[in-house]
Ligand binder design. Structure first.
Ligand SMILES: Cc1cc2nc3c(=O)[nH]c(=O)nc-3n(C[C@H](O)[C@H](O)[C@H](O)COP(=O)(O)OP(=O)(O)OC[C@H]3O[C@@H](n4cnc5c(N)ncnc54)[C@H](O)[C@@H]3O)c2cc1C
Length: 469
C-alpha cells in the first residue's frame, strides 16, 4: 500500500493521527506540503509566522527523513488551485489513500471538500488539533455550546471518562533519507527568538510544567514575569499538540486536575478555552467570514478614526500599559494575554474602533496568530462574541496597569521615554513628566477614559433601542 500524508498545520511526527494511521500496517508513506503564498497574504498572516513556519517545515523534513519518509513541497498560489495541482501530482504517483489532519477555517474546509471531490482515492481526515473532536460536545438539544462554562464542564466529563489519545511517532519505515534544505519564499521577518522543531517545543513544555505549572494561577497575569508557557506559536502551527500538553501536566502532577482549585487546573482551563474557540469556529462558519458571533452587534456604530487607529498601532495612545504592549507586539510578534485583553478593550471600547481592524492588525504581527483564538479573543473583548465580556465591563487601562504592572517594569522595558518615571506615577505619568522632563515626547492620553466608557455603553444601549422599535 502507498499512502500520502498531506501536512498542513501539524508540523510534528509525534501525536500526529494522520501520519500514525498512514504508517500503520507497514504501508509505504510519502509526505507532501502545499505552500500557498497568495492565500497566506489573503488571510493577512504575519511575515514572522511565515518565517517560523518555514523553519519548522525544515525541522519536520529532517524528522521525516529520519523515519525514511520523503517530504515534497508543492506551491499553488491560492487554495482554489490546490485540488488540480494535488490531483495531477498524486495520480502520477499511484497512491492508494490520502491522510490529513483537519483544518478548521472555512476556506480550508472548502479547499478540502474540493480536494476530496477531485481525487479518486479515499481521503482520511483526523482530528489532530483539539483534545476533544470538533462537534462531539453538544448541549442536550444537540447544538454547540455558546457559553464556555457548560462547554468546559462537558469537556472535563468527557476527558475524565474517556481520557485522551496520545500517539507516538511512527516507527522508522526504512533507512534514514538524506534531505535537501527547504525554505519558503515570500516576505519573512526573523523568528529566531523561537527555536524551531518539536523537540524544542517539548523542552519548553517540560520546563514550563516543572517550573511554573503549579503557580500559573497566581503569576499568569503579570506581563513583566515569565509566568505563562509561551507555547502558543508551537500550538498555533501544530508543532505541539494539546494532548501532549495534557500528558505533560499528568507527568508533572501524576494526574490531570479536574476541578477548580487543584494545582494545574488554571492552565488546563486555558487549553479548554483553546478547544472551545476551535469548536465554535467549526460550528459557526460566519466566524471565519469576519462576522460577529452575536448578529445584533453587526449594527454597532464603530468609529472610523484612522488617526486613532494609527496611534494605537504605534503605541502612542498616552496610556503607558497600552503603548508598551503595542510596541512589544511590533518588535517581538508576541503579546502577553492580559495585555491582549487590555489593548483589545482599549481599541474597541475607548476608541470605539471596529474589532475587525484590531483582529487584522494582530494577525499581521503575531507569531502565534490563529483564527479561532484571535477571533475569539477580539470578539470577547469587543462584546460581540460567544460568552463575551459584558458590554458594560470596560477595562480601565490605568488601573489595569496599576494592578498588573505595579512597579512599571514591563512599561519601562518597552517605553524608554518613561525610563526615569517613578513607579507611583508611571501609569499616569504626564504631570510628573511635564514637571521633571519638560519637552518630553510622550503623548497626552488620547481619550478621557471615563467619557469613552460611557460612549461605549451608549453604543450597546442603542442596539437595545433598535430591538425595541
Ligand atoms: C484579543 C486577543 C487575541 C488573541 N489572539 C490569539 C492568537 O492569535 N493566537 C493564540 O494562540 N492565542 C491568542 N489569544 C489567546 C492568548 O492571549 C494566547 O494564547 C496566550 O497569550 C499565549 O501565551 P502562552 O502560550 O504563554 O499561553 P498560556 O497562558 O501558557 O496558555 C497555554 C495555551 O493555551 C491556549 N490559550 C491560552 N489562553 C487562551 C485563550 N484565551 N483563548 C484560546 N486559547 C488560549 C494557547 O494555545 C496557549 O499557548 C488571544 C487573546 C486575546 C484576548
Amino acid at each position: 500500500m502507498r499512502h500520502l500524508v498531506w501536512f498542513r498545520t501539524d508540523f510534528r511526527v509525534a501525536d500526529n493521527p494522520a501520519l500514525y494511521d498512514a504508517a500503520a500496517d507497514g504501508a509505504e508513506v510519502t509526505a507532501v506540503y502545499v505552500d500557498c503564498p497568495g492565500q497566506w497574504q489573503d488571510h493577512g498572516k504575519s511575515a514572522m509566522q511565515r518565517d517560523f513556519l518555514s523553519r519548522n517545515l525544515q525541522a519536520l523534513n529532517e524528522q521525516l527523513a529520519q523515519l525514511g519518509i520523503a517530504l515534497t513541497v508543492l506551491t499553488a498560489d491560492r487554495f482554489v488551485e490546490v485540488p488540480a495541482l494535488l490531483a495531477e501530482w498524486v495520480e502520477a504517483r499511484g497512491f492508494d489513500a490520502l491522510y490529513a489532519n483537519r483544518e478548521i477555517g472555512i476556506d480550508e474546509r472548502r479547499r478540502d471538500k474540493a480536494v476530496q471531490q477531485t481525487l479518486t482515492m479515499p481521503c482520511r481526515v483526523y482530528n489532530g488539533d483539539c483534545v476533544v473532536d470538533h462537534g462531539s460536545l453538544t448541549t442536550r438539544s444537540g447544538d454547540m455550546y455558546k457559553v464556555f462554562t457548560p462547554f468546559a464542564k462537558s469537556w472535563l466529563a468527557r476527558v475524565g471518562a474517556s481520557g485522551y489519545r496520545l500517539l507516538p511517532a511512527p516507527a522508522a519505515l526504512g533507512e534514514p533519507l538524506s534531505c535537501e534544505p527547504l525554505s519558503l519564499s515570500g516576505e519573512r521577518v526573523s523568528s529566531e527568538a523561537w527555536p524551531a522543531g518539536e523537540a524544542a517545543a517539548a523542552q519548553r513544555l517540560t520546563q514550563f510544567c516543572q517550573r511554573s505549572l503549579r503557580d500559573y494561577g497566581e503569576r499568569r497575569d503579570f506581563p513583566a514575569e515569565d509566568g505563562t508557557s509561551s507555547l502558543s506559536p508551537y500550538l498555533a502551527l501544530g508543532i505541539l499538540s494539546p494532548n501532549q500538553c495534557l500528558a505533560a501536566i499528568e507527568a508533572e502532577l501524576e494526574q490531570l486536575p479536574f476541578s477548580r482549585g487543584e494545582p494545574g487546573f488554571v492552565w488546563l482551563n486555558e487549553l479548554i478555552w483553546r478547544d472551545f474557540y476551535r469548536h465554535l469556529l467549526v460550528a459557526f462558519p460566519r466566524l471565519s467570514m469576519g462576522r460577529a458571533f452575536k448578529p445584533d452587534t453587526e449594527a454597532l456604530q464603530w468609529s472610523r478614526d484612522d488617526d486613532g487607529f494609527r496611534a494605537w498601532c504605534a503605541g502612542q495612545t498616552g496610556y503607558p500599559i497600552v503603548d508598551a504592549a503595542m510596541r512589544c507586539l511590533k518588535q517581538t510578534g508576541w503579546m502577553h494575554n492580559r495585555l491582549r485583553m487590555i489593548v483589545a478593550s482599549f481599541l474597541t471600547k475607548d476608541l470605539h474602533i471596529d474589532w475587525r481592524r484590531g483582529e487584522a492588525w494582530f494577525m499581521a504581527r503575531l507569531i502565534d496568530g490563529e483564527l479561532a483564538a484571535n477571533n475569539g479573543g477580539w470578539q470577547w473583548a469587543a462584546g460581540t462574541g460567544a460568552d463575551a465580556a459584558p458590554y458594560f465591563r470596560v477595562f480601565n487601562p490605568t488601573t489595569q496597569g496599576e494592578r498588573f504592572d505595579a512597579e512599571g517594569d514591563f512599561i519601562r522595558r518597552w517605553l524608554p521615554e518613561l525610563a526615569e518615571v517613578p513607579a507611583r506615577v508611571i501609569h499616569a505619568p504626564h504631570d510628573w513628566m511635564d514637571t521633571h522632563q519638560p519637552g518630553h515626547s510622550y503623548p497626552k492620553p488620547m481619550v478621557d477614559h471615563a467619557r469613552a466608557r460611557l460612549h461605549a455603553i451608549a453604543m450597546f444601549d442603542a442596539l437595545k433601542d433598535r430591538e425595541a422599535v
